[in-house]
Design a protein around this ligand. Structure first.
Ligand SMILES: Cc1cc2nc3c(=O)[nH]c(=O)nc-3n(C[C@H](O)[C@H](O)[C@H](O)COP(=O)(O)O)c2cc1C
Length: 375
């Protein structure tokens, strides 16, 4: 029998709930806490997590991109100072993996021309046999723009630029002749990308919350990373998420498109609920107060519409919603998120290697039993 290739996005559709791993590319990952753990930002550690996630049947791995000064968010732990870049990391993971989708975040407005990303992206897509995804972000931190010698760009204008940037990338991927394009922000003359993406174009992802951002996302993206409008408490999140998911799906169908929504739970799972809450408290008790203050401040001073519902100490745990409990309870929350309209979860952990292992042996089988995962 010939080996028939199934497109990565079609493979995702087999599952009731998509499953992704949020890689710890940044020092300290999501949590400004000095509680003991082995989590590391190094490539070897991240590759180990990605390979294990693939073996366990996860659909995707994803990493965030940031530009921080020396010391990162500060504190004793120099929160997020060291990191490996997601674009380079996914390229390096491509030949090491076989099935898992590799999504990298790129700040498209920090000096890139669409031709750069069209060509480099097509190359990673080729190496990974069509498993590469581009999370298009426009940058909500003024300090990042200044690092590139630029002035911050107004929120909605960023998405207008992203629209043109993406349109030009798509034209370059599709063109079978040299392309000339004169846009408002970018132009090109007789440009050509010779390595074509395996499935016409790579997987496109976005993580917007605002009207302008969602307008962009529903026109161009296959997947959207969403955040809870009501903060990290899963009960409150599950009340707010149906309307948010519905709105995104309706906006997409007005464009005659479909888009899948994925939320990012921080999973703290132990054999019993008590042990899980003990682990939760341990993270909080070791809060690096300075790092945590600076981290929150960054979100307060930026203009991102996401994470607005987060309160106080929720920032110390990090991630979006917090799922704490036994394996049965975690799976029950996943089912509730599904009922709230989420198509997938991409989980993050505090201590990645052991937490991922526990997730694989205790949570995944229950997800299959609950019908959330096909195999
Ligand atoms: C799961 C997730 C991952 C994100 N990753 C990044 C990132 O790596 N770098 C970045 O600058 N912004 C990142 N963002 C921020 C978004 O690009 C966006 O700016 C934010 O969600 C605010 O939405 P808005 O632009 O519509 O206001 C991420 C958002 C989410 C929800």
């Amino acid at each position: 029998m010939p080996n028939v290739r199934v497109k990565p996005l079609e493979r995702l559709a087999r599952h009731e709930l998509m499953l992704g791993l949020f890689l710890p590319l940044q020092e300290g990952a999501w949590s400004p806490s000095t509680a003991p753990r082995g989590t590391s930002w190094t490539f070897d550690y991240n590759a180990r997590c990605a390979l294990r996630a693939e073996e366990l049947g996860f659909d995707l791995v994803f990493g965030l991109a940031q530009w921080l000064g020396k010391g990162g968010y500060g504190g004793a732990m120099h929160f997020r100072e060291h990191e490996i870049d997601p674009f380079i990391t996914t390229a390096a993971l491509a030949p090491l993996t076989k099935n898992i989708i590799l999504i990298s975040t790129v700040h498209i407005l920090y000096g890139w021309h669409p031709l750069h990303l069209a060509k480099y992206g097509a190359c990673i897509d080729h190496v990974s046999n069509g498993r590469w995804g581009l999370n298009v972000v426009t940058g909500y931190k003024p300090s990042e723009y200044r690092m590139f010698g630029m002035s911050p760009i107004a929120h909605d204008l960023r998405y207008e630029m992203a629209e043109e940037f993406t349109t030009l990338m798509k034209l370059l991927w599709a063109a079978d002749e040299n392309l000339t394009f004169e846009g408002k922000f970018w132009k090109t003359e007789d440009a050509y990308v010779a390595v074509k993406p395996v499935d016409g174009r790579p997987i496109l992802v976005n993580a917007a919350s605002s009207e302008a951002g969602l307008d962009y996302a529903v026109k161009h993206s296959d997947l959207i990373f969403i955040t809870s409008p009501a903060g990290a408490d899963p009960r409150e999140a599950c009340e707010a998420l149906p309307a948010h998911n519905r709105k995104i799906k309706e906006m997409a169908s007005a464009q005659r498109r479909e888009i899948k929504t994925i939320i990012n739970p921080h999973v703290i799972c132990r054999p019993t609920e008590k042990e899980a809450w003990d682990a939760y408290r341990m993270i909080l008790e070791h809060e690096d107060a300075e790092a945590s203050r600076n981290f929150v401040e960054m979100f307060r001073t930026g203009d991102a519409a996401s994470w607005r519902g987060h309160k106080g100490k929720q920032w110390v745990i990090g991630g979006n919603i917090h799922l704490v409990g036994s394996p049965e309870q975690i799976v029950d929350w996943f089912a509730r998120l599904k009922r709230a309209g989420c198509d997938g979860v991409q989980v993050n952990f505090f201590d990645y290697v052991p937490d991922l292992e526990f997730f694989g042996s205790e949570v995944l089988p229950l997800m299959r039993q609950a019908g959330l995962r096909a195999d």
